[in-house]
Write a protein that binds this ligand. Sequence first.
Ligand code: ATP
Ligand code: MG
Length: 462
Amino acid sequence: MIPVSCGDIATAVGGELVGADPAAVVDGVVAKDSREVVPGGLFVALPGERADGHDFVPAVTEAGVTVSLTTRPIDGCPCVVVPDTQVALGELARYVVAQLPDLTVIGLTGSQGKTSTKDLIAQLVAPYGPTVAPVGSFNNEIGHPLTALQADRTTRFLVAEMGARHVGDINYLCRITPPTVGLVLNVGHSHIGEFGSQDAIAQAKGEMIENVVAGGTAVLNADDPRVAAMASRTEQTVRRFGEAPEADVRATDVKLDENGRPSFTLHADGQSFAVRLQLIGEHQVPNALAATAAVLAAGLTPEQAAAGLNEATTMSKWRMEVTERADGVTVINDAYNANPDSMRAALKALVAIGRARGARTWAVLGPMGELGDTSTEEHDGVGRLAVRLDVNRLVAVGEDARPIHLGASLEGSWGNESAYVATADEALELLGKELQRGDVVLVKASRYVGLDRLATALLQEG
Ligand code: ATP
Ligand code: MG
């Protein structure tokens, strides 16, 4: 964070200084967790589920923070008192970012692949200037401003993942960090329960494009009709990635190697390069194209982008983590998240890995959350797809995943087996009996199901 006086902070957030010297300067980390404060920094007291941040203000004052953002005065502690600390946090971040005119903000949103693509972009731009892009998601109204506040006058690139649960969410986040480059990856099904329809999701994600600054660039997926249509929502330059002929950044000759890693020829701005990703699954190809289009818009050359893609690795946990047990069983842990699109991508990667090794494939699939009315149909569809892709064994885990098993059973003409079990323990028991040397097992579900514990237990058994 750049140095800012308490007086300027109070003005920026519309708060009142209580017990604080207006000339005292904040010149350190802005933290919402009392364990992360530093002397000279700032503490934001947020109401939490278990604890109220306000209870920690005396302790962080003792630890040397210059001031705390609070909703009420706290005895003996310098405070900027505001009606709502979360809103004030956003205002502070907006004020700080506005002092950094040379900062290139690369904002991205989409239903799937935000964190994967954010990590790619961060790795591509980092060699060309100091970059702020924390590992993990940090994409909401708290994580996003906290990330933005890490930027200072030396920062060249800020890579900001932005998530949306409602129309207006992305507008709110873009007000804090107006995107120089605004990228929309895709409009899928996630949070459809909250939004009601895919068109409403597109409305919300497209706010990213409306907020691209004058002279900036909108980066759009040419293959997703709802995203491609967002071109009409900006007057700035538009770059496109995908298979469609109008895309400026494309991939041809996509192949998956025996580890499920894609290689392809990257075509960008009339030049071509051989690329082999260190990431797993075909779904990383559109992410790589999106990242390329974004970094070209941020000033990198196609050659620099291609070199970066060859080097970039996975930074965030549980996303297609492939581990081989001592007994030769391979476990692919993708229990971080699941939706119909990512299920498809993961099943395809599983089959590619299995085929390359001549191995038997298992898909151990739990429920996908947040699907609203379409839940049964979507789970059924995943089961049918597993059959069509010829996954050898399917295990649906948990009541909401039962339609996966039913769909697979109804798809017919499949010489393989599907099972339904109610709990992860039962799945583990079944796998314990049946797994053979060389088998490849994909474990995937929405995070709330906790199937990562099953993946961990499976790895311990080997
Ligand atoms: P969140 O909303 O939880 O922050 P995210 O958009 O950041 O998710 P990632 O964490 O990158 O997305 O990936 C989530 C899941 O989506 C992973 O299981 C991954 O396999 C899958 N995935 C990643 N990229 C794509 C893509 N382009 N298309 C479909 N699925 C994808
Ligand atoms: Mg994410």
